[in-house]
Design a protein around this ligand. Structure first.
Ligand SMILES: Cc1cc2nc3c(=O)[nH]c(=O)nc-3n(C[C@H](O)[C@H](O)[C@H](O)COP(=O)(O)OP(=O)(O)OC[C@H]3O[C@@H](n4cnc5c(N)ncnc54)[C@H](O)[C@@H]3O)c2cc1C
Length: 325
């Protein structure tokens, strides 16, 4: 079957990979230029070079045996490494968190910069409406929605109202994230700082395996501070959060080589309520309607982690019968 997968984060990519192994032909539609979704890395130009920041997921926990196998294959390809500073089961992408997703995407037809605005069931199959395009894309024998809950809700409203309601009832928390590179090493012994006042997490990004360049930190406000200050400008957020970080840590900060902030309106997903979506579900890791050949996957069905995205994506693929021959 030719299958449309909407969203090239880890859920969509992991689903597509397993569908292809079952004899299907997935095509991914991704609204951004880059792939990997919230497993993201931003590169910033500085004098005499570049510095990278993992400004979304900081690391991934790797526990499920299937995910262990996948991450070990990434490690063998030089795309992932353990990062003990964040815990015994913590891994990161190398040289950035987005590296594994980029490598996965290279093996697919990914239509980048294509935002899907609606899915329509025509007699010959699923058609996708795309922003700024007159024509629909299709027909597809099946369609899969692999986007965050807040974006899945509107997409599903006209075609699967109960799933749409489930998605809209699953709320993510926001996260203001500051990315700062410094001219000198900060006098902080550990590479990871967890929950100090309004700082939910701070990490020496440059100490992750496979990174190069100057001292670089990613500083995340906690959900309460982020929600209370959501409408700040990035400039205000970067100055305020860096100030709070310096004060909390008792630091006299060295000169910054670069400083920026990113607002994630939907950072850490909630977890979908169990038992409220009924249409054709075989399991709660993902949603699949075999009659209409419509599926939904994403972290929000299981919880706010990279590993959940993988489990949901592969769980959905396992519900879709393999193509004979
Ligand atoms: C700041 C932050 C910190 C985090 N820290 C951690 C951590 O330390 N450990 C951990 O395990 N997890 C962490 N997470 C969560 C983790 O990043 C996510 O759980 C995981 O990446 C979700 O994958 P996904 O594929 O379900 O969704 P996404 O990665 O969001 O992928 C969805 C994709 O769909 C695309 N899309 C959306 N709408 C459309 C549309 N209409 N048309 C086409 N494309 C569309 C998006 O652009 C995106 O690429 C963090 C997240 C954030 C933001």
């Amino acid at each position: 079957m030719q299958i449309a997968v909407i969203g090239a984060g880890l859920a969509g990519l992991a689903c597509a990979e397993q569908l292809r192994d079952s004899g299907h032909a997935p095509i991914l539609f991704e609204k951004s230029r880059g792939v990997g979704g919230r497993m993201s890395t931003r590169r910033v130009e500085i004098d005499h070079g570049q510095v990278g920041f993992d400004h979304g997921a900081q690391y991934m926990t790797v526990r499920d045996p299937g995910f262990v196998r996948l991450v070990q294959s990434w490690q063998a390809a030089g795309l992932a490494a353990p990062w003990p500073a964040a815990g015994d089961e913590a891994w990161v992408g190398v040289p950035g968190m987005n590296a594994p997703a980029r490598a996965m995407a290279d093996r697919f037809d990914v239509r980048r910069g294509q935002r899907v605005t609606a899915l329509e069931a025509w007699p010959d199959g699923w058609h996708l409406r795309l922003a700024d395009e007159q024509e629909t894309a299709g027909p597809f024998a099946a369609a899969i929605v692999a986007v965050p809950a807040e974006q899945a809700g509107p997409l599903l409203a006209a075609i699967a109202p109960d799933w749409s309601a489930l998605a809209l009832a699953t709320r993510s928390s926001p996260c203001w994230t500051v990315m700062a590179a410094f001219a000198a090493r900060l006098p902080v012994e550990t590479d990871v700082i967890k929950k100090r006042g309004p700082i939910g997490w701070a990490a020496r990004n440059s100490a992750k395996p496979g990174r190069s360049g100057p001292e670089a930190w990613v500083i995340q406000a906690d959900a309460d501070w982020s929600a209370a200050n959501l409408e700040m400008t990035p400039e205000q957020a970067q100055d305020r959060l860096l100030g709070i970080f310096a004060e909390t840590m008792g630091l006299d900060l060295p000169q910054t080589l670069s400083l920026s902030a990113h607002r994630w309106r939907y950072a850490k997903s909630g977890t979908a309520e169990r038992g409220t979506a009924e249409r054709g579900t075989a399991a709660r890791t993902a949603l699949w309607d075999p009659d209409r050949r419509l599926g939904v996957c994403g972290d929000w069905l299981l919880g706010p982690r990279v590993e959940s995205a993988f489990l949901s994506g592969t769980g959905l693929a396992a519900m879709i019968p393999a193509q004979a021959g």
